[in-house]
Design a binder for this molecule. Sequence first.
Ligand code: ADE
Ligand code: ZN
Length: 331
Amino acid sequence: MRGVALAELHCHVEGALPVSLARELAVREGVDISALTDGERYLWHDFPGFLAAYGRATRLLRRPEDYARLAEMHLSAIAADGAIYAELFLAPDDATRAGMSYAACLEAVAEGAERARARSGIEVRLVPHILRQNGPEAALRATRTILAHPHPLVTGIGLAGDEREHLAAEFAPAFAMAAEAGLGCTAHAGEVCGPESVAHVLDALPVTRIGHGVAAAADPALMARLADEEIVLEVCPGSNVALGLFSDRAAHPLARLIAAGVRVTLNSDDPPFFGTSLAGEYRATAAALGLDAAGLTAFTRTAIEAAFVDEATRARLISRLAPVEPAPFRA
Ligand code: ADE
Ligand code: ZN
């Protein structure tokens, strides 16, 4: 995206695993993934199938250096496209299932992020997330582990996984602990479930952001609430279309959310699963909504305003954006 600084708040490091690297790891691990992949994409048919394919691909990440390589590859690629800031989700439960400690996985992702930063200048923060389908007890365990290993790059906590399982309120104790420790809070909601799922998160969890949240577009009162409470949505249009939530980008509610005053950002979610990229989301949104560079920079500005960073870092990142043009004088 020439001339436009990009920022991303919603990408899962495991979900960024390029198929080429997955194939290399599969050979090393003696696993056949030919039925899982086609070209540079993973194969799946619906949301449960996506989660299953995601689990199979994630299980190939067995060593800390796998995570370090993956993080460096992904962050270097988006930096080359103009990204100045990125947050990466990571799932401690997935790392421990592979026999790694959370600390080793975290250090590896941080090392990959540092290598990408040294090369490109991209600023990175890490947001470990708990998995809904593992339930509230596992969430408490994961949160205690996250808090027992504070790291300067870990500035937030998230909730992801199967939105159809468990109520948001069941995760309130875990989120309360994380918020008390100073972590920013975000939760996936209103992706495969309806607007009530977004409302449940807003009622139960101390979030400033919602992952997806696009189902809110079906409920004008909820959109007004999101706008009033200045909740930022991490919108992933390409992911939503790939999952069949909307037939195409023209049917996606991004424009309706913006018109209702909801603050939105653009994100890739899980690039090789959905055929997305951060720059691709900016480009496709420019085409769908008829936006120029200034219109696109507004998404980046919102992302940096909502980023889980200290205020000095936020100011430095904002200073790298093109200034907002003054509104034309009207008599
Ligand atoms: N984990 C990775 N991608 C996800 C998505 N789109 N929804 C829920 N959990 C996820
Ligand atoms: Zn996601």
